[in-house]
Write a protein that binds this ligand. Structure first.
Ligand code: PEP
Length: 257
């Protein structure tokens, strides 16, 4: 049976009340789909809403609950890192997934591939499902170096991982030029071509085991373009921003599987 992956990053938009309302509705709407399909559905709220989000998903669904993730983490277990959150702290409140290297972390906070790699290694060591985001900027696309950029982000970001940790690894391909309000979605052909580059690189890094690492597309996905994107050979799932922040809209995308 084909496995389906859908997720959303709530960025810095919803507090506890909005997150729990959203999750309760999403949980109810997707109950049957989650019960009857091999589907991994995840939501990544703000740190402050993680704990209540977990309680909401567990209380509203016992079969295949929605997975709750964090938007970032410090790679160290503890230490003098004022303002940061460690993997142990995330685990303590039941967080199952952590997103690493979202383009806003890379481009607004100046995170490097080496830093993403430290976080990836730490997250996997702590048995967190680890979603590494990669993607080229518009400038890199225009210089025709997208493939090299993706390969560099993957080769550095995933360096030092053991093949026995791969079951917890997920990749999101999010071209920076396609994300957010000014974003234009990648065409299905373009996205599929870049996913093929990513898959090929994962095979180079991990051999045959690299074939099974799920790769999701993100960047201006909506109810109109989701089917075509999801129908592409190398796209295993969709990672959605704005179009998923209303539970009914998100459900419209998911229910077509
Ligand atoms: C994102 O910011 O990761 C994202 C995919 O956003 P959007 O779907 O709104 O372009």
């Amino acid at each position: 049976m084909k496995k389906y992956y859908f997720g959303t990053n709530l960025k810095m938009y919803k507090g506890i009340a909005d997150t729990t309302r959203f999750l309760a509705q999403l949980s109810e709407l997707t109950h049957d789909i989650r019960a009857n399909n091999d589907i991994e559905l995840f939501v990544i709220p703000s740190y402050t809403a993680i704990q209540s989000a977990i309680q909401t998903t567990l209380a509203t669904s016992h079969d295949n609950p929605i997975i709750i993730g964090a938007q970032n983490m410090n790679p160290n277990d503890n230490g003098q890192y004022t303002g940061d959150i460690s993997p142990l702290m995330l685990k303590e409140i039941g967080t199952q997934l952590v997103m690493i290297g979202h383009s806003e972390r890379r481009h607004k906070f100046g995170e490097t591939d080496r830093q993403e790699n430290e976080k990836v290694l730490s997250a996997l060591k702590h048995d967190l499902t680890t979603l590494l985001c990669v993607g080229e900027t518009l400038e890199q696309k225009n210089y025709n170096i997208s493939d090299e950029v993706l390969r560099t982000q993957l080769k550095i970001g995933l360096s030092g991982i053991n093949t026995n940790q791969l079951a917890k690894l997920r990749i999101a391909y999010e071209p920076v030029w396609a994300i957010g309000e000014s974003g234009i979605p990648a065409t299905a052909d373009y996205a599929n071509e870049k996913h093929a580059v990513i898959k090929q690189c994962l095979i180079e890094l991990f051999g045959d085991a690299g074939k099974d690492i799920p790769v999701f597309y993100g960047g201006s996905v909506n109810a109109e373009n989701s089917n075509e994107l999801f129908g592409q050979q190398y796209i295993d799932g969709l990672f959605i921003g704005r179009s998923a922040w209303d539970a009914e809209n998100f459900f419209k995308i998911i229910e077509r599987i």
